[in-house]
Design a protein around this ligand. Structure first.
Ligand code: HEC
Length: 118
């Protein structure tokens, strides 16, 4: 599907104001709890509260300009990595930055949904 920049802008605006299209979305994500950081560390030993917060900030400054926070439970833990890889390219993130965003989303998803890790 070819979309002009104006169309993307418009649809982002419509999504933000009516949520009539695009991914099911919510308000901007808040910081993760320390318990969530512990959860992330059990999955990725090198993860930390700081790196998860970095992922959240990267989301806010790079993803949130186009659309609101996607419903993290709408996609499985198996679907998220390729979604964030594809969207990371849209947002011009490096692989390392996209990884931080992915870990933030997966941790938030896990903390909120009780679903299992990939
Ligand atoms: C340049 C604008 C733009 C940026 C930047 C952007 N997105 Fe998107 N995103 C879109 C559009 C438009 C769609 C709906 C069409 C599609 O899926 O490509 C979308 C769809 C999505 C979806 C739903 C995918 C689907 O097709 O079901 C998710 C999840 C998502 N984005 C997450 C992110 C994340 C995470 C980031 C930051 C790494 C991000 N987006 C950055 C424009 C953007």
């Amino acid at each position: 599907m070819n979309r002009s920049p104006l169309c993307v802008l418009l649809s982002a605006f419509v999504c933000a104001t009516t949520s009539a299209c695009g991914p099911k979305a919510g308000a901007a994500p808040g910081p993760l709890s320390m318990a969530s950081a512990e959860l992330a560390r059990s999955r990725w030993p090198e993860a930390s509260a700081e790196s998860l917060e970095q992922g959240r900030q990267l989301f806010l400054s790079n993803c949130h300009r186009c659309h609101a926070y996607p419903d993290r439970a709408a996609y499985t833990a198996e679907e998220w990595p390729s979604l964030v890889r594809r969207m990371g390219r849209k947002a011009h993130l490096s692989d390392a930055e996209a990884m931080l965003v992915l870990r933030f989303v997966l941790t938030d998803r896990e903390a909120g949904s009780g679903a299992s890790w990939p």
